[in-house]
Design a protein around this ligand. Structure first.
Ligand code: ASP
Ligand code: MG
Length: 412
C-alpha cells in the first residue's frame, strides 16, 4: 500500500470514452490498496483552442487574462474525471490548483510553484477519496490565477509527488515511453526502459516533448521516481531515475530536435569588454530566454554575435536587439526563422571521446551544414537549416546505431 501520483495528459482525456478509460486505470490502483492523487491536463486540444480564441479577439492578449482563460481547460477535466471515478463506485473529489494550495510566483504564463499546502489533499486522502487536481495552474499569494507554461501539468504532478512523498509519479501519455528519437521521424527508434534524470532533462529541454523540463528538474531535485507510460496499454514504459554507473557504458541515449527556435545575429559590434553583457543584459531584462550563443571575431576587431531564442520570444528579442544595435552603432541585425537544433544526449559522453566528431561526420555525410554548435557535459547540439531537420535526426540516430538493442554506440 502506497501513494501514487498519476498524471493524465490531454490526449489521454480527449473524449468521454477516454476519460472513462482513465477512471478505470485510477480505480485499478485504488483496488490494489494505493492512495491515488490524479493530476489532469485539459482535454485534447482545449488549450490550443482557447488560445486561438484569445488571438481572434486581439493580437496582444493580456497575460493575466490568458491565465484566467487557460485555467478553465483543466477545470473541465477535473470535474469529468471525478464524475467518472465516482460512477465506478469510488469516492473522488476534484480541486483546482488554487483551491488545493498550489502557490506560485506572479509571472503569468510561466509561473513557478513556490509552495504547496497539502492539508486539503491529505484530509481527502484520509477520508478515502481519490483526489483529482487541475494541472498547469496555481495562484499567487495575492490570489491571482497563474499557469506554469505549456505542458506544465507534468510539473504540477511531480511537485505534488515530491511534497506528498509519493512512491512514484506516473506520467500517462499517448506514447509508450521515451524513445531514442521521435518515432515519427526515425522508424526504428527504440523504447528506453530506463533513463537518468540528467539525460531526460536535456532531452526535454532540447525538444523531446514527452515531459515538461521543469518537471524533470523537480523530480531530480527531490528524487521522485518518474514513470512515463501509455494510458492506452499496460506496456512497462520508461523509468526516469537517478544515474547509476552502468549508464555510462552507453554513450548516446537519444537524439532530440527542436524547431521552435529562431536565430538572431547582431553584426559588426566593437570587440571590447561589455558588449555581450549589454546585449544579453537587455534581453534578460525583457524576460527573453536565450539558448545558444556564438561570437565570431572578424579581422577588423569587430564581432558578430549570433544567438537563438524561442519563437514566442522572437518579436521581443528582435526589438531589444535592434535597440542595442542602434546604441552600439552595429552594422546590422539579421535573423533566420527557419532553423532546427539537433542534439545528442548521453551520460556516457563524460567518459568517452569522439562523440562530437561522430555527430559532425553523420551530418557531413548528408551534406548538412552546421551553423552553430554548443556542448555540455552530456550533450552536443547543432543548429542547422530547418529543412534538414528530419534527415539530420535520422542520420545521427543511425551513425550512433541507436536502433540496436543495448547499442554499444561507442564512436568508431
Ligand atoms: N493544458 C496545458 C497545455 O496544453 C498543460 C498541459 O497539458 O500540461 O499546455
Ligand atoms: Mg501535455
Amino acid at each position: 500500500m502506497g501513494l501514487i501520483v498519476q498524471k493524465y495528459g490531454g490526449t489521454s482525456l480527449a473524449d468521454s470514452e477516454k476519460i472513462k478509460n482513465a477512471a478505470r486505470r485510477i480505480v485499478k490502483e485504488r483496488e490494489q490498496g494505493n492512495d491515488v492523487v490524479v493530476v489532469v491536463s485539459a482535454m485534447g486540444k482545449t488549450t490550443d483552442d482557447l488560445l486561438a480564441l484569445a488571438y481572434e479577439i486581439t493580437d496582444k492578449p493580456n497575460p493575466r487574462e490568458i491565465d484566467m482563460l487557460l485555467a478553465t481547460g483543466e477545470q473541465i477535466s477535473i470535474a469529468l474525471v471525478a464524475m467518472a471515478v465516482q460512477s465506478l463506485g469510488y469516492p473522488a473529489i476534484s480541486f483546482t490548483g488554487p483551491q488545493v494550495g498550489i502557490i506560485t510566483n506572479r509571472v503569468h504564463q510561466r509561473a513557478r510553484i513556490t509552495n504547496i499546502n497539502i492539508d486539503k489533499i491529505q484530509t481527502a486522502l484520509q477520508q478515502g477519496q481519490v483526489v483529482i487536481v487541475a494541472g498547469f495552474q496555481g495562484a499567487s499569494y495575492e490570489g491571482e490565477i497563474t499557469t506554469l507554461g505549456r505542458g506544465g501539468s507534468d510539473t504540477t504532478a511531480v511537485a505534488l509527488a515530491a511534497r506528498l512523498g509519493a512512491d512514484v509519479c506516473e506520467i500517462l501519455t499517448d506514447v509508450d515511453g521515451v524513445y531514442t528519437a521521435d518515432p515519427r521521424i526515425v522508424k526504428n527508434a527504440k523504447l528506453l526502459s530506463k533513463i537518468s534524470y540528467d539525460e531526460m532533462l536535456e532531452l526535454a529541454g532540447l525538444g523531446a516533448r514527452v515531459l515538461h523540463s521543469r518537471s524533470v528538474e523537480l523530480a531530480k531535485n527531490f528524487n521522485v521516481p518518474l514513470h512515463v507510460r501509455s494510458t492506452f496499454n499496460s506496456k512497462p514504459g520508461t523509468m526516469v531515475v537517478k544515474e547509476v554507473p552502468e549508464m555510462e557504458d552507453i554513450v548516446v541515449s537519444g537524439v532530440a530536435y527542436n524547431r521552435n527556435e529562431v536565430k538572431l545575429s547582431i553584426l559588426g559590434v566593437p570587440d571590447r569588454p561589455g558588449i555581450a553583457a549589454e546585449l544579453f543584459g537587455a534581453l534578460a531584462d525583457a524576460n527573453v530566454v536565450v539558448d545558444m550563443i556564438i561570437q565570431n571575431v572578424a579581422a577588423d576587431n569587430m564581432n558578430d554575435i549570433s544567438f537563438t531564442v524561442g519563437k514566442e520570444d522572437f518579436e521581443t528579442a528582435l526589438k531589444v536587439t535592434q535597440e542595442v544595435a542602434r546604441r552600439l552603432k552595429a552594422k546590422d541585425v539579421i535573423y533566420d526563422k527557419d532553423i532546427a537544433k539537433v542534439s545528442v544526449v548521453g551520460v556516457g559522453m563524460k567518459s568517452h571521446c569522439g562523440v562530437a566528431a561522430t555527430m559532425f561526420r553523420a551530418l557531413a555525410k548528408q551534406g548538412i551544414n552546421i551553423e552553430m554548435i554548443s556542448t555540455s557535459e552530456i550533450k552536443i547540439s547543432c543548429v542547422i537549416k530547418g529543412e534538414w531537420c528530419d534527415k539530420a535526426v535520422q542520420a545521427v540516430h543511425s551513425e550512433f546505431e541507436l536502433e540496436l538493442e543495448k547499442a554499444a554506440n561507442v564512436p568508431r
